[in-house]
Design a binder for this molecule. Structure first.
Ligand SMILES: NC(=O)c1ccc[n+]([C@@H]2O[C@H](COP(=O)([O-])OP(=O)(O)OC[C@H]3O[C@@H](n4cnc5c(N)ncnc54)[C@H](O)[C@@H]3O)[C@@H](O)[C@H]2O)c1
Length: 337
């Protein structure tokens, strides 16, 4: 397999590349990434000299460059992680970049799949495209739940997903769409909840909790997300949608207290701040469709504490990675509206 990984320098993409090089040492991995503020080649430093790993800088909205890289490396498969991903940034400015990358970029990749006779593409997407569930209800997102995004980020992602469906129906383009729940693990950019709280608490700074802190997300380790995508690359069915999650619903207060507890920091660091506009109350995934294919996640609900402890420890151990990001944070925030 000659697998192009779009957005491989980000959080989940870099976890996925590590996972694939370990699980399939004979595959060629081509990391195609624009290196936006969220892209970080330090995530892949330990494998940069692996002869099966190649980095190509490029934008997924640039069809000429995608075709050039696909032809150069004789790419056979494509998985797309490239996206503008930070929900808060999609609310407070810069929404155009979200639409360009998350919607138009996917269409460009689909055109490249057709032009280069790629055997399979996976478009990695999010459960946020389904909108929100109510707290306390025994309801879950299935693959048949209507697409009803509430956030501009999620609406732009949904645009890309729907284009995949349309290309499959119209052109028989071999594409699969996945909707995964919230990820945690190493290499996550510290604008996202878990690393953000770890970074704050490590410095004894206040940890800001949105609203009443009772919003629920369904947390999955990035390595389990990676094993699910690996399975779908090989055993998924073209034109299908698969939900990915491990039935691990937790509210933000619970996550915050767990992170503070693992770090040995007092709960008095928690401060409540004004809620995010339109903040979806609850996400929960029904993953029975992919489970039927034989997917076996490692960090199931009863292993969450272990996964979170390992994640916190990773940030504590990788001080050089953390300090380099810290140094870039204020500059990044100045340049991104
Ligand atoms: N993080 C989560 O909890 C989560 C949950 C479900 C789904 N997802 C989806 O998984 C994917 C990866 O998420 P992540 O958290 O790793 O994101 P991330 O922000 O950490 O990484 C995104 C990567 O995409 C690259 N990129 C951005 N725009 C690009 C463009 N136009 N061309 C090429 N590269 C570009 C960036 O440089 C970066 O390396 C996204 O599509 C996201 O919607 C994420």
């Amino acid at each position: 397999m000659k697998l192009m990984v779009a957005g491989g320098a980000g959080f989940i993409g870099s976890n996925f590349i590590h996972y694939m090089l370990e699980s399939h040492p004979d595959y060629e991995i081509i990391n195609y990434d624009k290196l936006t503020y969220a892209g970080n080649l330090d995530n892949l430093k330990d494998i940069e000299n692996n002869p099966h790993y190649h980095f190509e800088q490029g934008d997924i909205t640039d069809l000429v460059r995608i075709n050039e890289v696909m032809q150069k490396h004789q790419v056979t498969h494509l998985i797309n992680f490239a996206a503008e991903t930070h929900v808060d940034r999609s609310i407070h400015g810069g929404i155009k970049d979200f639409v360009l990358t998350n919607s138009l970029g996917v269409q460009m990749l689909l055109d490249a799949v057709r032009a280069n006779k790629i055997e399979r593409m996976i478009n990695v997407s999010t459960d946020e495209v389904y909108g929100a569930l109510k707290l306390g209800e025994n309801t879950f997102f299935t693959e048949d739940t209507p697409i009803m995004p509430n956030m501009p980020y999620a609406a732009a992602k949904a645009g890309g997903d729907l284009m995949c469906h349309a290309y499959y129906v119209t052109h028989k383009t071999p594409v699969i769409v996945t909707h995964c729940s919230n990820n945690y693990g190493p290499y996550q950019f510290p604008e996202k909840l878990i690393p953000f709280f770890i970074f704050k608490a490590m410095k004894d700074e206040p940890v800001p909790v949105y609203g009443d802190g009772l919003n629920v997300r369904d947390w999955i380790h990035a390595l389990d997300h990676s094993s699910a995508l690996d399975l779908l690359l090989h055993q998924g069915v073209d034109g299908e949608v698969y939900n990915i999650g491990v039935d691990n619903e937790r509210n933000n207060l619970e996550i915050t207290k767990m992170v503070l507890g693992i770090l040995g920091k007092p709960e008095s660091l928690m401060t409540y701040v004004a809620d995010r506009p339109g903040h979806d109350r609850r996400y929960a995934i029904d993953a029975s469709k992919i489970m039927k294919l034989g997917w076996k996640p490692k960090y199931t609900r009863d292993m969450f504490e272990t996964g979170l402890k390992e994640t916190v420890q990773w940030y504590l151990d990788n001080t050089e990675w953390v300090e380099k990001i810290r140094a870039r944070m204020s500059e990044i925030n100045q340049h991104i509206k």
